[in-house]
Design a protein around this ligand. Sequence first.
Ligand code: LLP
Length: 402
Amino acid sequence: MSLNRELQLKAVDNFNTPLYLYDGDRVVQCYRELYDFIKWPKLKIHYAMKANYNFQLLKLLNAQGAALDTVSPAEVLLAFKAGFSHDRIIYTANNMTEDEVDMVNSLGVLMNIGSLSRLERFGEKYPGSEICLRFNPDVVDGGHKHIMTGGDLTKFGILMKDVDQVVEIVKKYELTVVGIHEHTGSGLQHTESVFQSMKNIMTIATVERFPDLKFLDFGGGFKVPYEPNEARIDYVAMGAEITRLFSEYCTEYGKELEMYFEPGKYIVAEAGYLLVEVNTIKDNNGRMIVGCNSGFPQLIRPMLYDAYHHIVNLSNPDGEMKKYDICGNICETGDRFAEQREIAEIREGDILSIENSGAYCYSMGSVYNLRPMPAEVVIYEGEVKLARKAVTNEELINSILD
Ligand code: LLP
């Protein structure tokens, strides 16, 4: 299910390009689907809002009763504005400052602590608190080396071998560990990695060490297909195995705990489109270079992770397939959305749709070259709504002037 060509072109007529367009129905559907895949009665999905913090989308997810994974004080404050209550938010920032710990803690949001030294300092300052602990699951997987989170080479979580040291600190400050967390990576390639991380974490999360657990949180990372012929992971089968493993664990633990996951990509990636307009075409001795009115500051994934984003020529869907480099308007050679990509013949003035742009696209945006971020529009239940205006050149420079 995707937004059809007519709807996308209509949005361009109404709101101009470049434009981020989101399918709100798809977001809600993807969120709900997770509950069909993982049939654990006490499942709680925490949407990783770093993937896309569009306010309308947050409100849609809040209306569904979703919970959130947050990573900065501003994310927490925005979550409150969208209606999320403190008890539906977990704070999993890394390398936190004292100030942010004080602030987030005072808001009643559960802190997820991922280092021994932070645990010690937190315990000293806030003895008797409830906390969640983040461990490194020691499984290496993810869609690119920058987004693999487990293993010795990353900064995330407490090593499992340090679990007894953790228990000592917890006892010393009479902390109550209500949750144990891990996150293996983003765009996990192998379902086996999810199972292995779960098993590793469940091995250390014993009732003897942590008698007050309410939940285990297995992070995000559910992969979605980006390429047209890429197979979709069998999430029904994966969900069944997840439930089986967790059920075994809970029997051993002696209590039916809550199970948390924190997907970002799975919920929003496929719901987003970046619509751009072609303004210049060059024939570099046979290599066709297409230039459009957006660039990597507005969608950095191809440049940063060699990510594939499917591109459709909305203006000439039946044109002859030809090979193009699709470039942006930024003064760097690497400013390309696609290289040597077969697309229906492109002409100056055509509108291209860059698909799968719902996760980590707008949210990773910047104003490099002083090009303001585009508008965001959400379509939900047939209603088309401007969710965020484009920043104007004037607003942008006013934010810079002293
Ligand atoms: N939980 C934690 C603790 C995380 O660090 C992340 C993502 C998630 C959940 C959600 O992961 P997801 O389900 O979205 O894969 N910018 C990169 C992805 C960075 C992911 C960072 N952490 C990209 O565009 O692929």
